[in-house]
Design a protein around this ligand. Sequence first.
Ligand SMILES: N[C@@H](CCC(=O)N[C@@H](CS)C(=O)NCC(=O)O)C(=O)O
Ligand code: FES
Length: 111
Amino acid sequence: MSNPTEQRIKDVIASNDIVLFMKGMPAAPQCGFSGAVVQILSGLGVPFAGVNVLADPEIRDGIKAFSNWPTIPQLYVKGEFLGGCDIVREMFKAGELAALLNDKGIAVAAV
Ligand SMILES: N[C@@H](CCC(=O)N[C@@H](CS)C(=O)NCC(=O)O)C(=O)O
Ligand code: FES
């Protein structure tokens, strides 16, 4: 895949340390799976860019192909695809998400 949609995906991932491809915006998620990841990131106190795939069908399809992952939400940290809601939840519970963010130089709020 090398097309304008892929380029837009690459640009947003390159321009933001944390990007959440989600349904709705962070202030108003439109699906519980996306909302759960927003809650986790907000709880960790890290800034992130939310990309609303419901507003952009090309990104909704394109991000699935780009990540080779069939569902939304999708979380990227410093260009690395972490996974969807289940993976993020498990990593958070295990303390692995905070550790990964710290490893990548992203300060996490004390919990
Ligand atoms: N188990 C998934 C839950 C997410 C999920 O099932 N997403 C569905 C419903 S929101 C999805 O993206 N379907 C394809 C689509 O709506 O484009 C995860 O860990 O992220
Ligand atoms: S929009 Fe229905 S499960 Fe996400």
